[in-house]
Ligand binder design. Sequence first.
Ligand code: ACO
Length: 335
Amino acid sequence: MSNRVYAAFRSVGAYVPSRVLTNQDLEKMVDTSDEWITKRTGIKERHIAADNESTSDMAVKASEVAIKRAALKTSDIDLVVCATVTPDYFNMPSTACIISDKLGIKNVQAFDISAACSGFVYALSVAKAFIESGMKKNVLVIGAEKFSSIVDWSDRNTCVLFGDGAGAAVISATDKKEEAFIDIHASADGSYADFLITPAPGSVNPATCEVIEQGLQYVKMKGNETFKLAVKTLTKDVKEILTKNNLEGKDIPHFVPHQANYRIINAVGNALNMSEEQVVLTVHKYGNTSAASIPMAINDIYESGRLKKGELMLLDTFGGGLTWASALIPFAPNS
Ligand code: ACO
């Protein structure tokens, strides 16, 4: 038996807020139509958190499910990593600290990751590194977003795209090579920082009445430029990770792309010769939930009985930063 320690994807959980906002609802708010949104994005509806429901509240609900499904106690968790760009509080404390407290986890290392839509896969790479180095045994990885809190509800370019929600996974140490994460690739190019940006609050634009009046606290996106770059970068990235690991599109039962736009997902799926059954799609019902989108999508195939023990997932994502990432991970529940 080898002494090497590997990271295993033990469990997943998700939480979706109850309030549904349909394309028809948006037609009453901005100059848009169900037809435009459906044709350009594939989105039909998205869920919006209650006013008194924070990112950490949603994250806690997803985490409780994931921890239970991993057959662990909260006290077994020794690292909490939360990927979010809509934290409970900008700057401090981190949302991961608040989540840990609400879950009752004491003396735990906890921090946030800011990589927008790529955050969950970035966080998985951190979990992998901590586990393989022997520093941690059970890492709670969360992607949670209350994007409705940074959306300008009068801007039709952005408000139709996003939704709220949370997903979580437990990543644990294993000595079984067949359970191990196969590969993760994560990258960034900050020269495209202005493609997706919330200009305030921050050290460049500290919160002032003027900044708020200008609406700099809202997400701004160069949608079309981001779209083109996403298709190009993701296609190249997923092809590279497959080739590097001697795999082809046909070897992947579950392709779980970031759920931003059906057209992006379709273009990348086609480039890999994927069939409809292989490609996981949730964008029609959740919209773009940023860092929460991939774990929410994995939860969907888990709860519908499609994701079975040992089956391989190809994750891929693209988001603000700009950042992108892909991962090859087998589903490795305890039982
Ligand atoms: N309803 C009706 N018309 C609209 C709407 C709307 N909601 N939004 C924009 N339009 C109009 C525009 O004003 C424009 O009109 P014009 O031609 O008269 O100027 C026209 O529709 C076309 O606009 P485009 O921006 O060119 O449309 P496109 O086909 O690119 O679709 C979209 C826009 C859906 C935003 C697409 O570009 C996209 O999905 N981009 C990528 C998003 C993404 O992947 N983001 C990364 C992750 S997000 C994150 O990290 C948080």
